[in-house]
Design a protein around this ligand. Structure first.
Ligand SMILES: Cc1cc2nc3c(=O)[nH]c(=O)nc-3n(C[C@H](O)[C@H](O)[C@H](O)COP(=O)(O)OP(=O)(O)OC[C@H]3O[C@@H](n4cnc5c(N)ncnc54)[C@H](O)[C@@H]3O)c2cc1C
Length: 407
């Protein structure tokens, strides 16, 4: 039986940054268990066809999160990154329109532009209707039926399939927010208005994929990361964890960043365990294609349901000296595309934690009960929250400060 003060489950950005910040503050008694042979989680990168390929999907560092950028620049200095103004577009009506669509209607032919303007004008949010609780209904409420049918519903069906009808609206702060007045103004002045989505300015390494910075952080605390250690069991009452190879660990405090439904748990109430079973997520395949995407954008959203993938990452536009692109496809849609295109591909079993209507309540109960047993959940999976890497790293940095004051 191994004993440790702080046991961290998972060496993705959350677990690594927590470990590194504990180390910076002089904590020696911690260990990270990671099921893979390398660290970085969804933010790992490989070299494919001579250039970076982010296996978890296109990964960009949001430039507005200064504390996180500064931490990462300690390991991959700022001059080794390029800073870009986001250029993401939607392929629709045989052309490319800047994202978000409602702030860039001026780029559309006049007839469609007028139909889309009318769609927003008579949408529920502009006619005094109460905001609905379901995401699908919110789409119609916010953008109107025409834009919903042409773009938002097909795109989100590709991404979420049947779960789309179960998604809530509590996570929509992640989406751009453009009012009807701002849409009108952007049509008049031919420029985008409204709250922009995340990554309006982002960093991407000049010579590497995003994963390089996490490889370096892991290397800096190498003796604290135990690879090939897949957690299969946790006794929450005893704070005991067992891995697939039979090794066992007991800790004063456990911080988990791995999916709660990926291991067996005892020592939590039946209610909470039932809740864990209801947590949903989706799997995403990334696949390299050697051709040019034929676009100047950094990435493209693809609502066309006759194509399996929902996003194209035009790597030649953000990874200097590279060619080709990669696509992101929900696992269930890969089908024939897999055989047609060939090429390198990677399946991310746990890619998107899904924001179903009941999830906030499930997670609140789970984290409260686990917290009483000194088991904390952080990161994309510990909180089962669709967060970007800078958000989870910032939370891990804060937790390190709190822990050093309290343990
Ligand atoms: C398609 C896509 C695009 C994205 N784009 C961006 C972007 O552009 N910018 C951005 O900032 N963020 C982006 N993200 C989000 C980003 O990937 C996450 O915020 C980040 O990876 C979360 O880090 P984490 O450590 O919490 O989780 P993860 O990265 O998932 O790490 C969890 C770790 O736990 C390990 N693990 C899992 N199960 C076990 C087990 N049973 N035992 C031991 N170890 C285990 C995993 O191997 C992994 O190393 C994107 C995500 C996706 C899916």
């Amino acid at each position: 039986m191994n004993k440790v003060k702080i046991l961290i489950l998972g060496a993705g950005p959350s677990g690594l940054v927590l470990g590194r910040c504990l180390h910076d503050r002089g904590e020696k008694d911690f260990l990270i268990l990671e099921k893979e042979k390398e660290a970085g989680g969804l933010c790992r990168s490989l070299t494919v066809d001579g250039a970076p390929f982010d296996i978890g999907g296109g990964h960009f560092l949001d430039a507005k999160n200064r504390p996180v950028c500064d931490l990462l620049f300690r390991f991959l200095p700022e001059e080794e990154w390029n800073l870009y103004e986001r250029d993401s577009r939607i392929r629709i009506h045989g052309m490319e329109i800047s994202h978000p669509l409602e702030a860039n209607l001026y780029q559309l032919p006049e007839t469609i532009r007028n139909e889309y303007l009318e769609s927003i004008r008579i949408a529920g949010c502009n006619t005094g209707e109460k905001m609905p609780e379901r995401f699908t209904e919110w789409i119609r409420w916010k953008l109107g039926d025409r834009i919903a049918e042409d773009y938002m519903l097909p795109y989100n069906r590709k991404l979420f399939a049947d779960t789309l009808n179960d998604l809530g609206t509590y996570w929509l702060h992640k989406l751009p927010n453009v009012s009807y007045e701002e849409t009108l103004r952007s049509v008049r002045e031919h420029q985008s208005y409204g709250t922009q989505p995340g990554h309006a300015r982002f960093y991407y390494p000049k010579k590497y994929g995003y994963g390089e910075v996490f490889r370096r952080i892991a290397e800096s605390i190498d003796n604290k990361v135990r690879y090939d250690s897949s957690v299969i069991f946790m006794d929450a009452g005893e704070r005991l964890v067992r891995c697939a190879d039979g090794s066992e660990y007991r800790a004063d405090l456990i911080v988990t960043t791995i999916p709660w439904n990926s291991f067996e748990t005892v020592g939590l109430s039946p209610d909470v365990k039932e809740g864990i079973k209801k947590l949903r997520s989706s799997s995403i395949e990334t696949r390299y294609v050697q051709k040019s995407a034929g676009s100047k954008a950094h990435w493209l959203y693809i609502p066309d349901e006759t194509l399996p993938y929902h996003r194209i990452l035009c790597r030649e536009n953000f990874a200097p000296g590279s060619r080709g692109y990669w696509v992101e496809t929900r696992a269930e849609r890969c089908g024939s595309y897999r055989d047609e295109e060939g090429g390198f591909a990677y399946m991310n079993e746990y890619a998107y934690p899904l924001n179903t209507i009941g999830k906030p309540m499930i997670m609140e109960r789970l984290l409260k009960e686990a917290g009483k047993r000194k088991i904390l959940g952080i990161g994309r999976w510990g909180k089962h929250s669709h967060d970007n890497s800078d958000t989870v790293m910032e939370a891990a940095m804060k937790l390190a400060v709190e822990l050093m004051g309290n343990i």
